[in-house]
Design a protein around this ligand. Structure first.
Ligand SMILES: Cc1cc2nc3c(=O)[nH]c(=O)nc-3n(C[C@H](O)[C@H](O)[C@H](O)COP(=O)(O)OP(=O)(O)OC[C@H]3O[C@@H](n4cnc5c(N)ncnc54)[C@H](O)[C@@H]3O)c2cc1C
Length: 372
């Protein structure tokens, strides 16, 4: 095994949106950065099971090229299987995560970040002030480590950090379907995402979705892991709904994948120069499962924390500053949403009450103002 000769300031593990954004921000601030990714990124990036819905504000903030957008959207159509429907307006985009993550990785390279893809972390060790990370190919050293390697975070597992409680894991199933543009337009319209809810007949603590892209549909379903008996059969309940069956009649399946979403904040977010970022820290909206913006923000906040503490000479306060800044931005809100989620998913009545409110208000406003 080769030793990478010069230590980096920061090693970022995982080139999802959290890791790539953190690496870009670190390089912009003058740090030497190595971004390690388990999968080969190639020309087109790697597949990631994800709806890929983002706000238009994010498209602008990242200068995300319009030609890389899989569909521009202006509404979320919320369907309760009892028959009620709600329409939530809002500008956004749907992206393929392979394309989105590759774009961010390319920006990182343009900023001078060293990317090592197809190189999973297999071990991490602390020797004095330095971390040594071994991949399947090399060893690298750095002062700081950002664990942005997703919900199962091998980095944090190897460091023996506390895990997520099983009750806070949502199991999702994603099926990517090839379908004609005409069928999408006929059944789903040109610019809407469709979400389906029912506690009694679809998901105890989640929902199902149809996210149209150009000539594909991402079909998904999620439910609390501990409540699932036979995930495939429960997912099929959605596929067998008459509307969905009709829509997908002439489509072909290209991918089928299960993936977990964490819906509570990890009990620890920092220790000894290691930061948990994005899904690795459980920084996901517990009501909607939205995680891309929190991954990006937490990665940037981790870098700001490193810089601030170095400048002030108070490295021992990193954990405090990281949690404090995350807290001001969104951590407290995510915790409040985790509590509110249990009220929302008590029964179909409370769920419909939430959908009625969600049509007109942001979910943060519903939670903060105690509307539910
Ligand atoms: C089905 C589904 C639908 C979703 N839909 C949406 C949505 O529409 N909008 C939204 O905002 N959020 C959505 N989310 C949530 C969103 O996907 C995550 O919150 C987001 O990807 C988190 O980004 P991240 O950078 O923290 O981690 P990830 O995107 O999970 O990236 C982690 C990276 O680490 C790499 N890695 C793992 N192990 C190693 C290792 N040993 N060494 C090196 N690298 C490693 C992985 O290959 C991966 O590239 C969805 C999630 C799921 C499961």
């Amino acid at each position: 095994m080769v030793n990478h000769s010069k230590p980096f300031d920061i090693i970022v593990v995982g080139a999802g949106p959290g890791g790539a954004s953190a690496a870009i921000h670190a390089a912009e601030n003058g740090y030497s950065v190595c971004l390690l990714e388990k999968e080969p990124l190639g020309i087109t990036g790697r597949y990631k099971a994800c709806g890929g819905a983002i706000d238009w504000k994010m498209v602008e903030a990242l200068a995300y090229p319009e030609e890389k957008i899989a569909r521009v959207i202006d509404s979320l159509e919320l369907h309760h299987l009892d028959g009620e429907s709600y329409s939530k307006k809002g500008e956004g985009a749907v992206v393929w995560r392979s394309v989105f993550d590759k774009y961010l990785a390319d920006v990182a390279v343009a900023h001078g970040v060293v990317i090592k893809d197809d190189e999973p972390l297999v071990a991490i060790e602390k020797q004095g002030p330095m971390y040594t990370i071994s991949t399947t190919k090399e060893k690298y050293q750095a002062t700081y480590v950002l664990a942005s390697d997703g919900i199962s975070s091998p980095t944090l597992r190897k460091l023996d950090w506390p895990r997520f409680p099983r009750e806070d894991l949502i199991l999702t199933i994603t099926q990517e379907m090839k379908i004609s543009k005409q069928t999408i337009a006929k059944f789903l319209g040109h610019s809407s995402l469709h979400l389906f809810f029912s506690i009694k007949s679809l998901s105890h603590l989640g929902y199902a979705w149809l996210f149209p892209k150009i000539d594909r549909i991402t079909v998904g379903w999620g439910n609390q892991l501990i409540r699932i008996n036979k995930s495939r059969e429960e997912f099929n309940l959605f596929l067998n709904m008459p509307f969905v069956k009709d829509l997908l009649k002439n489509s072909t399946t290209e991918r089928f994948k299960g993936h977990l979403i964490p819906v509570s904040v990890r009990p620890q977010l920092f220790k000894e120069n290691v930061y948990a970022v994005g899904d690795a820290g459980g920084l996901v909206d517990p009501i909607s499962g939205k995680g891309i913006p929190y991954a990006i923000e937490s990665g940037q906040i981790a870098i700001n924390t490193i810089k601030l503490c170095e400048n002030k000479g108070v490295q021992y306060k990193q954990g405090h500053y990281y949690e404090e800044t995350l807290g001001k931005d969104f951590l407290q809100l995510l915790r409040e949403k985790r509590v509110a989620r249990d009220r929302i998913y008590q029964n179909d009545q409370t769920l419909k009450q939430f959908l009625t409110l969600w049509e007109k208000h942001r979910s943060s406003e519903i939670v903060r103002r105690g509307l539910i």
